[in-house]
Write a protein that binds this ligand. Structure first.
Ligand SMILES: Cc1cc2nc3c(=O)[nH]c(=O)nc-3n(C[C@H](O)[C@H](O)[C@H](O)COP(=O)(O)OP(=O)(O)OC[C@H]3O[C@@H](n4cnc5c(N)ncnc54)[C@H](O)[C@@H]3O)c2cc1C
Length: 435
């Protein structure tokens, strides 16, 4: 039987393991980290505070994945109706903002409404970038006041530098009845694209992956430093060398390409043009649980260092000790557009100061635990260089028989279910190529 190796032990790696295991194979699996889970790892700090490596909830609509994940946690998961809000220039606005304009400055609301109506009837001009797409769908005032401001914090680059291939083909048209209702009344129905989500009752989001661990021979602390496609050998930083017949990789493309011996210069250069965000999470345990009514909040203004907040104790009560709460703040950087030029820990105090300024933390709140973690790969940035570079890189990897998968192996906008399924697909490709 040929030797199948899976690189990476996150959602995509485990999707591959799951598919291979179903065919009676027990692959070898390597990850550079000392723990499994990749970006969906969970960890405990400060006696009973569980944080995920960035907030993770499951909102998959795929019944097969819903059922599989439910089985993984023995049916013990929370089903939660999402409550989401925004903070914009001192106004707490229910999400999405376009359907909840009530209470904003009158002139702004009038301008936005007029432009929404005009945008519905206008023939859109050429859509060359994300900024064009936003203006054509929402009108200029709303686009510039809300999604472009938030987008700059989240993607680290201007909408004009971004493509639209992650948005699907269709232009967004807000539902005018919902927009008007939300401008006239503070009471609006929930219309967020995530209405309900699931979250494991125990152990954080990582619990969804636990049952897969035994289905592979997992080698942690193995940092791949070279892949030789001609001899089919993998070399790791600790000196370990492994031969493979087939390989599935969820390693981020910009990290993988420089490791491939003999990779053509133009392909390595293409991988070097890919842009992504780095996400620092600042995680606080607080001696109080009534911190927010919402599960997460978007921050639009530049003078708040974080982009989004979530509250782990609201995902499962077992994420924090009884009577306490937790806050996870996300701060975004990117090597290409907004380099991180400080240690993540130095962001803890500014985060606490901003949380106090917006009123979510009180001056006298007792902070029971605090830490900051860097997720080196957060979101793929869909800038205008991405599509061509990805095509080149993935075409080459196909040619040398490396089946890539996951958010960073396919270099897309994959949610956890999509990453898992892309791992299954990559494994299938490997199985088919054996036949
Ligand atoms: C802040 C944030 C919040 C998110 N929230 C949600 C959410 O709420 N719901 C949702 O469905 N999705 C969410 N996502 C998306 C989700 O995180 C991804 O779809 C998924 O975790 C990607 O899994 P992966 O296996 O592709 O990548 P990873 O989990 O990153 O796995 C890749 C693995 O490769 C390993 N690796 C890298 N280099 C090497 C090397 N040289 N040698 C060996 N191993 C290596 C890494 O250590 C890692 O474990 C979120 C993403 C972010 C950034």
């Amino acid at each position: 039987m040929s030797r199948v190796v899976v690189l990476g032990a996150g959602m995509a790696g485990y999707g591959a393991v799951h598919r291979l295991h179903a065919e009676g194979l027990r692959p070898l699996q390597f990850d550079r980290l000392p723990y499994p889970g990749g970006h969906t790892a969970s960890y405990e700090v400060g006696n009973g505070f569980i944080f995920d490596d960035g907030p993770h909830i499951s909102f998959t609509k795929d019944p097969r994945i819903q059922e599989l994940f439910a089985e993984c946690v023995g049916g013990e998961f929370e089903t939660i109706q999402a409550r989401v809000n925004n903070l914009w220039r001192g106004h707490w606005i229910k999400h999405p903002a376009q359907c909840n304009l009530h209470g904003l400055p009158e002139e702004l609301v009038v301008k936005i409404l007029v432009e929404f109506v005009e945008a519905q009837h206008a023939e859109p001009g050429p859509i060359d970038n994300y900024a064009d797409w936003l203006v054509a769908g929402f009108g200029r005032t709303f686009a510039e006041t809300f999604p472009m401001r938030y987008g700059l914090k989240y993607h680290t680059t201007e909408a004009v530098n971004m493509s639209t291939d992650w948005l699907g083909q269709r232009l967004y048209r807000p539902d005018l009845a919902e927009v008007f209702r939300g401008a006239l009344s503070p009471e609006t129905p929930e219309v967020h694209y995530i209405s309900h989500f699931r979250y494991p009752s125990h152990g954080g989001f990582f619990s969804y992956l636990k049952p897969f661990i035994d289905k592979a021979e997992l080698k942690l602390g193995h940092d791949l430093v070279a892949l030789d496609p001609s001899t089919r050998r993998l070399r790791f930083a600790n000196g370990h060398v492994e031969a493979y017949d087939r390989v599935v990789s969820s390693i981020p493309l910009p990290a993988l390409l420089p490791l491939i011996e003999g990779a053509p210069r133009d392909v390595v250069d293409a991988a070097g043009r890919l842009a992504w965000t780095r996400c620092v999470t600042v995680n606080l345990g607080v001696a109080r649980e009534d911190i927010s009514d919402c599960h997460w909040t978007y921050f639009y203004d530049d003078d708040f260092c974080f982009t989004r907040l979530s509250f782990p104790h609201m995902l499962s009560p077992n994420n924090t000790p009884p009577g306490t709460g937790a806050i996870q703040a996300e701060l975004y950087y990117s090597d290409k557009y907004r380099p991180l030029d400080c240690e993540p820990e130095s962001l803890i105090e500014p985060t606490i100061a901003d949380l106090t300024r917006c009123g979510l933390l009180r001056e006298d709140d007792e902070i029971l635990t605090r830490n900051a973690r860097l997720a080196p790969y957060g979101n793929v940035i869909f800038d205008l260089e991405r599509a061509d570079a990805v095509e080149r890189v993935r075409g080459y990897l196909d040619d040398i028989g490396v089946a890539t998968c996951g958010r960073y192996g396919e270099w897309g906008y994959h949610w956890t279910d999509e990453s898992f399924k892309s791992g299954e697909d990559a494994a299938q490709k490997v199985l088919d190529s054996k036949a």
